[in-house]
Design a protein around this ligand. Structure first.
Ligand SMILES: [Zn+2]
Length: 141
């Protein structure tokens, strides 16, 4: 078999270098962030699982949950495209898309000493350190 670099199977490292526009990932993170802020109970099981059993386990349980849902993916994704993650199914799909495209790097815990709330960093530079509530407080100070 031809073993030139173009014909080797993709490694994990190659898979991570998928060319996904930052703006798309940031928008998705913003949508997931809305779900985390307005319906924290929806994604809490996966965030807790990531903390207690690891991100791979959490991703796997999220995927299993999605695989058992009966709603059509096209319909759910069209709601996500409109930024509507008010129902738990759309929130789970948006979260899975974010993880699939960009891993867990945008899923963070607020560093405010009395908060520790989970949020999704929707900045282009992935530089946010605090949840929406404490980002607002910080900018007023
Ligand atoms: Zn906070």
């Amino acid at each position: 078999m031809d073993d030139s670099p173009e014909n080797r199977p993709p490694t994990n490292q190659a898979a991570r270098k998928l060319r996904v526009p930052v703006a798309l990932v940031a928008r998705l993170a913003g949508i997931v962030g809305q779900a985390m802020e307005h319906r924290p109970e929806t994604l809490a099981p996966y965030l807790n699982a990531a903390e207690q059993s690891g991100q791979a386990y959490a991703s796997q349980s999220l995927w299993c949950e999605i695989a058992h849902e009966e709603q059509g993916v096209a319909e759910v994704w069209s709601r996500i495209r409109r930024g509507d993650v008010s129902d738990p199914i759309a929130a789970r799909h948006a979260f899975m898309l974010l993880l699939a495209l960009d891993g867990w790097s945008r899923v963070k815990v607020c560093d405010h000493p009395r908060c520790r709330r989970a949020f999704a960093d929707a900045t282009n530079a992935v530089s946010r350190r605090r949840c929406a509530r404490h980002t607002r407080q910080q900018s007023r100070a």
